[in-house]
Design a protein. Structure first.
Ligand code: ADP
Ligand code: MG
Lengths: 271, 300
């Protein structure tokens, strides 16, 4: 167990000893703060006028706060994917496996370390979303729901979602060791392929049954609110998993890609 | 320091697709000596060392440290220190943090980091990011990684590549010191001349096969002597020496006589009434007998 502790400490040092983690974190926090604050201001202003879409204050606050995970998860995946692809790219798998010849131990330590880092990203993302969102809601005289335990349950589930996304990134980086390919896959899938699939899947009841298992949909289910599911829900086919089912789907994806990566790259010759 | 143990290679073989990189290699490497693992580029040295270190899975055969495979060593970095050819650093990480990462993974005392940085002469540069390091500094950092666990066995792949003359002198002394402390030291090189002042033993491979194993002096036995001779009438000289049963070949500045002593060639010329203008004995160096051993393709 202490050997695993050493491997885990090593993986944490790997994250903290380069600039990547905080550069990504700053970009993420700024992006979420601007979007959450902007959306709060927009709906706050629209709420005053008589026409335009109206979302009640009660449902508006959680939607604004869900910007944390829905905008932040791509940063968590990238953090995880970079942690593994960097090892291939800079050939640091050699010293890593020399220090810890049991490769399974290294992979599990990496998954645990990055899950922790993802949770930290989740905390930062929620500070940005709730900080900027609640501030502007208050400015427009809308109740930010900060006294509601449901709000804090959403914050907690968002942190969990971010942690799981980072673990998915680790597994993806093992499955696709090429850093450029991994980044392209992450960006293309999260920003383009999956949104289209989710929209398409909401067309019929049976496709919606499948669509709810898409990772982004599962993540929204876990978080419990998102603009995307609101839009999909308005379309009629808004089938959603339970929050814990969504969490299990994300966990399952993380385990699946890691196990696949173990066989395709992690076990192989390091030359 | 842990005691130096014997490295044992037994029937070690590796094929990459159609390429037979290493073929049935068997030899041992003893403690207390510096052993040079030599062969031209592509001979299979790196692949052999990576199999020894558990990074590459052998197609067949074994490579162990006194009978224990690398992955089964209770504390690998404290038993075997290694530096492999490829630069394996994250350019954005400082040298000290690079070493700290593996110190933690191996459960070593974190004071070792500064100790080994000083030992390899990087004490003042530990906080700099490795991306700014010169090739020589990276070699030294690789060596620092090898020394991290104060191991009894050192396995170094091409450690002299990229070092400046001062660095080469330094590493020679270091290798000698490590072997004198009773450690097992195995270093690879594609140039005999690069390591011939450092090694006691040589293991020569070519095309993945073992072709020579012995002391450095054992290479001398295959040494051949040549004579370079010249005269105003070069053709007559060549004819006279050839008539005496020697193999001759023309050079730009004279005639090369194989397997000959200068005194004998001088006598032949004198007997033929030819006045020589130049006569010298040429010793075939270790390097040339090395190249001879590894064959023509070896002269890459
Ligand atoms: N990962 C690999 N895939 C395919 N062939 C390889 C691989 N690694 C090495 N080889 C081949 O194996 C042979 C031995 O290479 P190597 O061990 O690097 O030799 P050396 O270190 O003596 O220069 C070469 O022909 C090389 O091309
Ligand atoms: Mg090599």
């Amino acid at each position: 167990m202490s050997r695993f502790g050493g491997a885990l400490r090593s993986e944490v040092t790997k994250i903290t000893s380069t600039r990547m983690w905080w550069i990504l974190a700053i970009i993420m926090v700024a992006y979420i703060a601007v979007c959450a604050g902007g959306a709060a201001a927009l709906f706050g202003a629209l709420g005053d006028s008589t026409n335009g879409p109206s979302i009640s204050g009660e449902s508006l606050a959680p939607l604004i706060y869900s910007f944390g995970p829905t905008l932040g998860y791509v940063f968590a995946v990238l953090l995880g994917a970079l942690a593994t692809t960097n090892e291939f790219r800079h050939q640091t798998l050699t010293p890593t496996f020399l220090a810890t010849p049991r490769r399974g131990r290294v992979l599990v330590a990496k998954l645990v370390a990055l899950t922790g880092a993802g949770a930290l990203y989740g905390v930062l993302a929620m500070i940005a979303a709730v900080g900027a969102g609640a501030g502007l809601l208050l400015a427009f005289g809308i109740d930010p729901q900060l006294g509601d335990p449901d709000t804090w349950a959403l914050v907690g589930r968002s942190v969990l979602a971010m942690a799981l996304w980072s673990a998915i990134g680790v597994g993806l980086g093992v499955l696709v060791p090429s850093q450029v390919a991994a980044i392209v896959i992450v960006l293309a899938f999260t920003q383009f392929v999956e949104p289209i699939l989710r929209l398409a899947s909401s067309i019929a009841e049976w496709t919606a049954q499948i669509g709810q298992f898409l990772p982004g949909a599962a993540s929204d289910a876990l978080v419990g609110a998102s603009f995307f599911s609101l839009a999909a829900g308005a379309g009629g086919g808004g089938t959603m998993l339970e929050w814990w089912q969504g969490g299990l789907v994300l966990l399952g994806i993380a385990v699946l890609v890691s196990v696949l990566g173990w066989f395709t790259s992690w076990r192989r010759d390091v030359t | 320091m842990t005691a130096g143990v014997t490295i044992e290679f037994s029937g070690l073989t590796k094929t990459f697709g159609a390429v037979q990189a290493v073929s049935d290699l068997s030899f041992t490497v003893e403690p207390g000596r510096v052993t040079g693992f030599l062969g031209p580029n592509g001979a299979g040295k790196t692949t052999t060392l990576r199999m020894l270190l558990g990074l590459v899975r052998p197609t067949s055969g074994t490579a162990t440290f006194g009978g224990t495979a690398y992955r089964d060593l209770p504390s690998p970095l404290a038993t075997v220190g290694s530096a492999l050819e490829a630069a394996s650093f994250h350019p954005g990480r400082s040298a000290a943090n690079h070493l700290l990462t593996y110190t933690q993974a191996a459960g070593l005392d974190r004071e070792r980091v500064q100790l080994v940085l000083h030992r390899v002469g990087l004490g003042a540069y530990g906080d700099r990011r490795v991306g700014g390091y010169s090739l020589g500094m990276r070699q030294r950092l690789g060596l620092a990684f090898a020394l991290l666990g104060d191991p009894g066995v050192l396995v170094l792949d091409e450690p002299i590549n990229g070092l400046d003359p001062e660095g080469i002198k330094w590493i020679r002394l270091l290798l000698r010191e490590l072997a004198d402390e009773g450690r097992t030291v195995l270093i690879s090189s594609h140039l005999l001349s690069e390591v011939q002042q450092s090694v006691d033993e040589v293991v020569i491979v070519s095309h993945g096969k073992l072709i020579h194993r012995g002391s450095l002096a054992s290479l001398d036995q295959s040494e051949q002597k040549q004579v370079i001779v010249d005269a105003t009438d070069r053709a007559a000289l060549a004819a006279a020496v050839e008539a005496a049963g020697y193999t001759v070949s023309p050079l730009r500045g004279g005639v090369l006589v194989e397997n000959a002593e200068a005194a004998d060639v001088g006598r032949i010329a004198f007997a033929a009434g030819i006045a020589v203008t130049a006569l010298s004995q040429k010793r075939v160096g270790l390097e040339e007998s090395f190249l001879h051993l590894v064959g023509e393709e070896g002269a890459l």
